[in-house]
Design a protein around this ligand. Structure first.
Ligand code: ATP
Ligand code: MG
Length: 180
């Protein structure tokens, strides 16, 4: 699955409308400390429906909205769109490009869109299920996560491997079956 483009405005340090073209062959993003590299991966995970604000390095959901600077006043809304190439039809939608958008207001309300049509978060999860880029996938591994893995107990680390190997869902089903 190819992420062609990311569009953001009002999200963290992306105060103005920002467009990043990825295309094929992009393997790294470089830049000085604090220039917003991690904010890009935060934006990707957030648009895919990340609910844990802690894993997005904030304290409350409002923290993803541009907080203002000396030159520019704070934003009232944050929006991120991910444009996926769907020419191979991996996503079951009749479009060559699939755009997933999330918007959040200071009130904390989130809105989700697939190809500019409003939808539920569940619709996004359902769309991405088994594509490897869904909510619980290991596609995005943050710096914190690496620290967590290195300092975790063997039993905790095992859970992570089980999740990556796709065993978690079977264990969950087994637990549910035994409960019945
Ligand atoms: P490093 O190389 O240190 O990992 P980085 O390029 O990954 O740096 P980020 O962590 O992506 O940098 O960006 C941090 C910057 O984003 C900080 O300057 C911080 O002030 C800014 N930032 C984060 N949230 C907001 C927000 N809500 N409003 C405005 N700026 C924000
Ligand atoms: Mg960083």
């Amino acid at each position: 699955m190819l992420l062609r483009r990311l569009e953001a405005y009002g999200f963290k340090s992306f105060a103005e409308k920002t467009q990043l073209e990825f295309g094929r062959g992009v393997t790294a993003i470089v830049g000085p400390n604090g220039s917003g590299k991690s904010n890009i991966s935060d934006a990707i995970r957030w648009a895919l429906g990340e609910q844990s604000i802690r894993s997005l390095r904030g304290a409350k959901m409002e923290d993803v909205i541009f907080a203002g600077s000396i030159k520019r006043r704070a934003a009232g809304v944050a929006e991120v769109s991910l444009v996926f190439d769907n020419q191979d039809g991996q996503l079951p939608l009749d479009y060559n490009e699939v755009i997933i958008t999330r918007r959040v207001f200071r009130s904390g309300d989130s809105e989700y869109y697939i190809n500019k049509t409003g939808c539920r978060l569940k619709d996004i999860h359902d769309l991405l299920l088994d594509t490897g880029i869904g909510r619980d996938s290991m596609t995005v591994i943050s710096q914190n996560k690496i620290d967590e893995i290195l300092s975790s107990k063997p039993e905790e680390r095992r859970l992570l491997f089980e999740e990556a190997a796709g065993i978690s869902k079977y264990k969950l089903r087994k637990r549910e079956a035994l409960r019945k």
